[in-house]
Structure formats: C-alpha cells, structure tokens
Design a binder for this molecule. Sequence first.
Ligand SMILES: NC(=O)c1ccc[n+]([C@@H]2O[C@H](COP(=O)([O-])OP(=O)(O)OC[C@H]3O[C@@H](n4cnc5c(N)ncnc54)[C@H](OP(=O)(O)O)[C@@H]3O)[C@@H](O)[C@H]2O)c1
Length: 305
Amino acid sequence: MADGTRQAGGVAVIGSGGIGGYLAGALERVGRDVTLCVRTPFDRLVVTDASGEREVPVRIVADPGAVGPADWVLVTTKAQDTAGAEPWFRSLVGPGTRVVVIQNGVGQAERARPHLPAGAPVLPAIIYCSVERTAPGRIAHHGGTRMTVPAGADGAAFAELFSGTPFEITQEADFVTVAWRKLLSNAVVNPVTALTLRRIVVFNDPAIRELGRGLMDEVIRVANAEGARLTDEDAARILDGYTRMPADGGSSMLYDRLAGRPLEHAHLTGAVVAAAERHGIAVPLNRAILALAGAASGQGLAGDR
Ligand SMILES: NC(=O)c1ccc[n+]([C@@H]2O[C@H](COP(=O)([O-])OP(=O)(O)OC[C@H]3O[C@@H](n4cnc5c(N)ncnc54)[C@H](OP(=O)(O)O)[C@@H]3O)[C@@H](O)[C@H]2O)c1
C-alpha cells in the first residue's frame, strides 16, 4: 500500500447494479473482505462472466446502521443517486477511509464531497466495463475490465486494492481529458440509443451518424474549454468503434429507459450543457437531447394516461 501500513481489505461497495455487483465479485475472488451496501434487498449475488456463473459469498447489507467504517468505500450508484447514499457515508467513512466514486460523467469527487465528512479523501474513477444487472443480485459481464484514476498516492493504493483481479488500473496525470473523452462517447451513445429505443446498430444509419458527429463537435469544444485535450480524431475513433461493436449491444441509458427507471442524462448531456453555459459556448444539439431525455426519464407511455 502507498502508506506502507494499511491492509487492502474492508471494502464497502455502495450500489449493487452492474458495476457494483461486478466489482464486489472481482474483489471477493482475490480475498478482499467485501460488504455490498444495497438499496433494494436481495439474498444472493450471482455473477456471470466469461469464466461462467458464480455465487459470490459477500455480506449483503441494506441498513446503513448495520455497518462501521471501512478502509475503502466504492460508490457505484448512478450519478443522480450520489446524494441519496449519504446515510451510508455517515456509517462507512471514518478516519483513514478512502472513497472512490466510480461513475460516468465528470466531477465525480465534487458530487460526493458535500455528503462526506470534511477532509475525507475522495477519488474519481472512470470505468471501461460493459456489465448489466439482469435481475436483483444477478450480474452479467459483457466485456472490459479497465479503470482509470488520477495519478498519486490514492490512485496507487487503489491499483494495489485491485491487484490480482482482472482489472487493469491506469493512473493518469491528465484525468480531466480521460473523463471528458469517456463523456464524449456517453453523451452520444446513451441518449441516442435510449431516445430511439434502438441498440448500437442505430449508428449504421447515416443520419444518426451525422447527428452523433454534430453532438461530439459540440462536446469537444466544451471539453477543451474545461481544460481537456480532445480532438476530431477522438470523435472519429469513437464513432467508428460503434460500428465495430456487437450489433445487439446497448447502453445503460437504453436499459434504464426500457425499465422505466430514471435516466442519468442530467449528469451526462446535462454536464455538457452546464459547462457550455459557463464558457458561453452554443450547444443547440446537446440542449435538444437534454430536453428530450428529461421528458423521457422515468416515463413510459403509461405516464401520460
Ligand atoms: N453498466 C455499465 O456497463 C457501465 C459501464 C461504465 C460506466 N457505468 C457507470 O457506472 C455507474 C453505475 O452504473 P450501473 O450500470 O452499475 O448502474 P445500475 O445498474 O443502475 O446500479 C446502480 C445501483 O445503485 C443502487 N443505489 C442507488 N441508490 C442507492 C443507495 N442510496 N444505497 C445503496 N444503493 C443505491 C441501485 O439500487 P436499486 O437496486 O435499488 O436500483 C442500483 O443497484 C453509472 O454512473 C454508469 O453510468 C456503467
């Protein structure tokens, strides 16, 4: 460990969706002491990946009053649910606890900090991993085992925590660019699939590719005003990547829309629009997407009866 004294163990994972369930399984498999902190209780965590199906013997807790301070707290709720995790933070975060916010979007640490004890170390993490919760406690991994964290002592300790797992942890000095590059993709693939109710194959449609490119051009201007270093090549590479992905691939926002759950749009496209406003940059396409996603969030046709 970076400070030479702590043991990598005592990990609390807040959120038992695709990401939280999969990370809990990966850490338990290499002997970490994992507690899964859930909102909706269930009995068993079962993870399916390339190596098969496995029941993961982690502790599953639904009552924040039933846990004490952990060495590590991994926040894997959707971005809009970060504040709602505050009761968990009150129990889990003590002196020496490191908090890692593993979410899409930007400003992960800033989002959590107002809900944490003053001075608690909090690290943002970007995850590259396609994983789906198919039922409560049932997690299906489709591919990808990479995370990026800011370079530094906490980032090094986080990499050590995941040693022995399939996860490759990159420690990055220019984390702003990493986060915005992921958002460049998420601000396009998520709302476009969710709003069209189409899988990734929708990007084979030339008009949708053109829309995607227009959205990305706006995001790049905003990202670079925020200090990231994105180029047209990033956009071209991401759009080309969509056409090489399995045609039946989707996005977490598509799955959330199909299930009538709230969408993460305010922290993806909404983050682009908010930053654009700060810099006086016009982003009409992203504004239109934000309005449509806002109207669709958590709604099905039944909502209009
Ligand atoms: N899934 C992917 O492939 C993927 C890939 C890259 C990045 N990401 C990002 O990773 C983050 C997590 O995504 P996800 O797909 O894992 O989301 P998810 O499947 O919707 O899971 C989120 C989990 O958080 C739980 N939660 C919400 N509030 C809570 C609270 N107060 N206490 C305890 N648990 C709480 C939810 O509980 P309920 O069971 O009650 O709903 C749910 O189990 C998002 O920012 C997403 O954009 C996801």
